[in-house]
Design a protein around this ligand. Sequence first.
Ligand code: ATP
Ligand code: MG
Length: 738
Amino acid sequence: MDGERMDYLEGLNDRQRDAVLHTEGPLLIMAGAGSGKTRVVTHKIAYLIEEKGVYPSSILAITFTNKAASEMKDRVKELIDADVDKMWMGTFHSICVRILRRDIDRLGYDRSFTIYDRDDQITLMKECIKELNIDKTMYKESAVLSKISSLKDASIEPDSYINENYSEFRERTIGELYALYEKKLKKYNALDFDDLIIKTVVLLKENKDILEFYQNKFKHVFVDEYQDTNKIQYEFARLLSGKHENICVVGDSDQSIYGWRGADIGNILNFEKDFENSTVILLEQNYRSTPNILNVANKVIGNNFERQAKNLWTNREEGEKVVYEQLDYSEEEGHFIANKIHQLIYKGYKLKDIAVLYRTNAQSRTFEESFMKEELPYKIVGGLRFYDRKEVKDVIAYLKVLQNPNDNISIKRIINTPRRGVGLATISKIEEYAIEHGESFYGALLSLDEIDSLNARAKNSVSPFIDTMNVLMAKKEVMGLKDFIEEMISSIGYIEELKKEDTIEARTRIENIKEFISVALNFENINEDATLEDFLASVSLLSDVDKTVDENNLITLMTIHSAKGLEFKVVFVVGLEEGLFPSFRSLESDEDIEEERRLMYVALTRAEEVLFITNAKRRTIYGNTNYTLPSRFIEEMGDTIEKPEVKKANIQSKSADESLIRIKDFTMPNLNYNPAMMKKRNDGDKEVNIGDKVKHKKWGIGTVAMVKEREGDKELTIAFDKGGLKRLLLSIAPIEII
Ligand code: ATP
Ligand code: MG
């Protein structure tokens, strides 16, 4: 008996063990990254089932990502031999979906509702902005959505928000967007992520029998990553644990990274208030990371004012120094990391030990490309691989046919995509003719008139396709790569068909096609006289998925947000640039910068043994190339990281000016991005270039870091010696070029 107990009580320090043995009443565990909070939860679940005879089906454990849930389940499975699949373990969202699928009809909804993810929401919001004819430069979808999300969280209805803010144009407009957004969700029989929880709480509150059923069922409730719960999630957890009050929440206020989505640190304070007799346990020893890694993370987070200092320590071996590498161009970040990964594998690391963490999803593509070229198998957590998307495959198939009309496979893929009324029977008759006459499929199409087995209607359905392809083949010879691809996409009517389809999914596809144009632009940037043939050769290599890869041994690519709670032996944190990480949105508010810093802390503390941080001096994203400044977080890391020489980063000091001047001198041959295009004549007939010095009335001397076209004006990003990084419009900014 003792031997068995050892399994789930051994491998815990005293405080962790206290937490596991505390099985009755509310418990709050607050502690830094890697201190074993999640481990306490798993061991406690194992202990409850094994020692206290609690049924797995009476346990509800809420984690922040699905991946974290499945890892937690696996860990419990390793500890005990019980039917752990009966536990309810998942995200707030997945658990709420489970409840709603059973009973949402009580709220007058259809049980077959669809769920809109973030991409769908953004597409839906675009639709709303367009429909209300609103200036889309003033209302960014993501910003409007997070506002709506916080309103939903606070149970504020669109109408009352509009009434309260009637005289505030911006707020009122957001209210109107909110109203339309809600209307459309209903019309499409869809719920967004916020709704999933809100509707569940309403369901539970309005239906005592359902509430009692779940309250009786769940004898123990766990919430991991508690710092990121918002009010409504907190309410949900409180409702469900209302009867037994055996609720155990664990978290770390330094890792609160969902403030923008309404996460509320106040929930930690509320917990102690709402649950009388709650116990609080603090953990201080970090078991995950080497001191070298922990030092960097502690140093960065130490710059946040709004925090309670923690005493996180480790007794692991010193480990390797954290390395910072600055690349010239964003595409090189991928090559650099691919090379490092080869070295690490040579040293004995496995692919699954390695993660690349980025701030935004759009960054993943360059890594995908490098890894494919280098034959490094990878997976993207939380998204389809770019080249696995149907629309991307379709566009590539068109290009293949235009390049090589004899590609029978590709032509059959596209002959009726978008739909042209070409039926399967027609296709097989053309194919028969081709075989009979020893021609390719396309060759047979060119002799369409002679295919007697086809009736006039069938021929009419095919001939516009042949005409379009013939015209495109001629254009291919005279147009540049990117322009040609744009032309092709518009002439085949692919986007029109998607527009007609008029669903959120279709709009997401349209965006992916546009991102494909970015791929072509990039290719043209780095390859002089890029031909379609070269481009296709490179793309085919990328899209050729090696199906024999071991699914359990892949490099992980993911956003930092989805990496929360996870750990990897080797971590690359990439894109540390002002405006990317910290994000542009955050630059103007201290509060937002603090949240970005917590996000940085989360990223750094995922690493166990090896940690690299990287950035690039120039970056292409969404089809634009810009020069960048190193992230302020690099400067904050001070000498805890190994830096390449002369690559200091401090946007507020002289060194930034120096690096900008170097950037200015640096020219890249054959780059689509042309610094001359960035010159602007302002009222005084002055030109502004990257690297120019300016003087501002309030902020003093600064250096121009970026120049962007903005509706006939230029938007300047300037690093001021005193005021930090600011964005200004050239036509109205009180600046003087010196
Ligand atoms: P995060 O804040 O990032 O979610 P956490 O506090 O949940 O971190 P865990 O993931 O539970 O931390 O633990 C970090 C690592 O340390 C895990 O690999 C875990 O197995 C290990 N660990 C935790 N406690 C101990 C212990 N007492 N002895 C040995 N290893 C431990
Ligand atoms: Mg954890």
